[in-house]
Design a protein around this ligand. Structure first.
Ligand SMILES: [Zn+2]
Length: 233
C-alpha cells in the first residue's frame, strides 16, 4: 500500500488499515492535504511522505468529522484547516465520544494509545457553498454536495486533472458506511451532484480510485436501498 499518482501532482495514499485513502494535490505555490489520518503518528508519517514529494507549504481540508479522517491534523500545524462549518460543530460536539468508541475497538493494540493521545484540532476555515482554492497555477474546488455520509461532507474537485476526492460518499471494496449521522435518502442526489462535476477519476475515502460507472452504480444501489420500506433487508 503506497502512493498512487492519479494525474500530474494529484496523489492518493493508500493504507491497509481500514483500507483508507488520503489525498494530496500539489500546485505551483502550495499543496492541499485531503484528510490527515486517524492519529498523530499516522498524520506525522503522512506529512513526512508528503515532504518527499513536495516542499511547498500545505493547507489541510477535512472531508468530514469521523476519527480516521482528522485525528492526524495536529501533525500538520500550523496551517489553514478547511472543513464544512457543521464539521467543526460535529467535532466540537462528538469527537471525544467518537474517539472513546474507537479506542475501545482498538483496545490491546498500539492504535488505541495513539488515538487516545491525539490532539483534537478544530478547523479554522469554514466551507460554505463552494470554495475555490488557488494552489498556484491550479485551482481546486471544495464542494458540499448536500447531506449524505454525514450532514457536512466536503469533496475536493481538481478540475484540470479530472479527479474528485469524494470522502466517504464513495467506498470501494465495501458498501458505503451508513452510520447514525448519515442521510441515506439524500445520498443518491449528493452523488449525482458530484458526478455532475465531470471528474473521470473519483477517489473514495476507503478503497481504490474508481471511475464514473462505479459511482453511478453505487448511487443507483443507494437509491434502491433507500426506496425499500424501512425494516426490510
Ligand atoms: Zn466516515
Amino acid at each position: 500500500m503506497t502512493w498512487l499518482e492519479l494525474a500530474d501532482g494529484v496523489h492518493a495514499r493508500r493504507y491497509e488499515h481500514l483500507d483508507q485513502t488520503l489525498g494530496l494535490v500539489v500546485g505551483g505555490e502550495r499543496c492541499l492535504v485531503v484528510d490527515t489520518g486517524g492519529d498523530e503518528v499516522q498524520g506525522a508519517q503522512f506529512a513526512a511522505e508528503i515532504r518527499a514529494i513536495t516542499a511547498l507549504p500545505w493547507t489541510v481540508v477535512l472531508t468530514h468529522a469521523h476519527f480516521d479522517h482528522h485525528f492526524g491534523t495536529a501533525a500538520f500545524l500550523p496551517c489553514p484547516v478547511w472543513a464544512h462549518a457543521r464539521c467543526r460543530a460535529a467535532l466540537a460536539r462528538g469527537a471525544e465520544a467518537d474517539r472513546a468508541e474507537w479506542v475501545r475497538r482498538f483496545a490491546g493494540t498500539p492504535r488505541a494509545d495513539r488515538l487516545a493521545a491525539a490532539r483534537l484540532v478544530l478547523p479554522d476555515h469554514p466551507v460554505t457553498g463552494r470554495v475555490r482554492l488557488d494552489l498556484g497555477g491550479r485551482v481546486v474546488e471544495l464542494v458540499h454536495p448536500g447531506p449524505a455520509h454525514t450532514d457536512h461532507d466536503v469533496a475536493v474537485h481538481v478540475p484540470d486533472a479530472g479527479v474528485l476526492f469524494a470522502g466517504d460518499l464513495v467506498e470501494q471494496g465495501a458498501p458505503p458506511s451508513i452510520g447514525p449521522d448519515a442521510s441515506p435518502q439524500h445520498w443518491p442526489a449528493a452523488l449525482g451532484r458530484l458526478l455532475a462535476l465531470g471528474a473521470a477519476t473519483i477517489v473514495p475515502g476507503h478503497g481504490e480510485p474508481v471511475d464514473r460507472a462505479f459511482v453511478t452504480a453505487q448511487r443507483d444501489e443507494l437509491s434502491r436501498s433507500s426506496a425499500r420500506p424501512s425494516g426490510s433487508a
